[in-house]
Design a protein around this ligand. Structure first.
Ligand code: AMP
Length: 201
């Protein structure tokens, strides 16, 4: 099973991805986690990404597409994967389509977690407080606002990209965590218009 999980920072993608990998025995591919590891290990990708991430901006498309391309060929992805935090631009979505096509693979579902932005800011600020503010360099109010702006500008069009293909399924990310999980399960078992009926919309 190959799933894309879309949603702004703080929408609960990471939590839901963790549940999906457990239930379906698939790999969790979080470009944010991979980039943070690269930063910690001071790899060439990490050195390039550190400052960009701290600002709340996006790492260049070619870098993240390269990271994902290497990753989805690895053995733990044979059963499938959840993409968490990728694609974040339309160019990345197109890059992903091209990558999958070369490998003769398809996505099974694209699920968007929709949220209320004000509640989201409060949630992220709460997360920063809970962790003493030190867990993530980019979880401070200023950078969070920047990340939300970037999401609106660069990533919201990715949802449109999949919607136009009839592949997007939306779930209310403001529901309690278990209810969101239940809705995602429902989305995964529901046929997608684009894929099964060949229509878009
Ligand atoms: P996340 O943990 O998904 O919120 O990602 C943390 C940061 O990593 C983001 O604010 C970006 O700077 C960077 N990042 C993660 N995924 C991507 C991506 N797909 N494209 C560009 N930058 C990314």
């Amino acid at each position: 099973m190959r799933i894309v999980l879309l949603g702004p920072p703080g929408s609960g993608k990471g939590t839901q991805a963790a549940r999906l990998i457990e239930r379906h025995g698939i790999a969790h591919l979080s470009t944010g986690d991979m980039l943070r590891s690269a930063v910690a290990a001071k790899t060439p990708v990490g050195l390039r990404a550190a400052e960009i991430m701290e600002r709340g901006d996006l790492v260049p498309d070619d870098v993240v597409i390269g990271v994902i391309s290497d990753r989805i060929g690895q053995p733990d992805c044979a059963n499938g994967f959840v993409l968490d935090g990728f694609p974040r631009t339309v160019a990345q979505a197109e890059g992903l389509s091209a990558l999958l096509q070369v490998k003769d693979l398809e996505l099974d579902a694209v699920v968007e977690l929709t949220v209320d932005e004000e509640a989201l800011l409060a949630r992220i600020e709460g997360r920063a407080r809970e962790t003493g503010g030190a867990a993530r360099a980019d979880d401070n109010p200023e950078t969070v606002k920047r990340r939300l702006d970037v999401y609106r500008r660069e990533t919201a069009p990715v949802a449109d990209y999949y919607r136009e293909r009839g592949e997007l399924q939306s779930v209310d990310g403001m529901l309690p965590i278990d209810d969101v999980t239940a809705q995602i399960d429902g989305a995964l078992s529901a046929p997608q218009t684009g894929k099964f009926a060949g229509t878009s919309g």
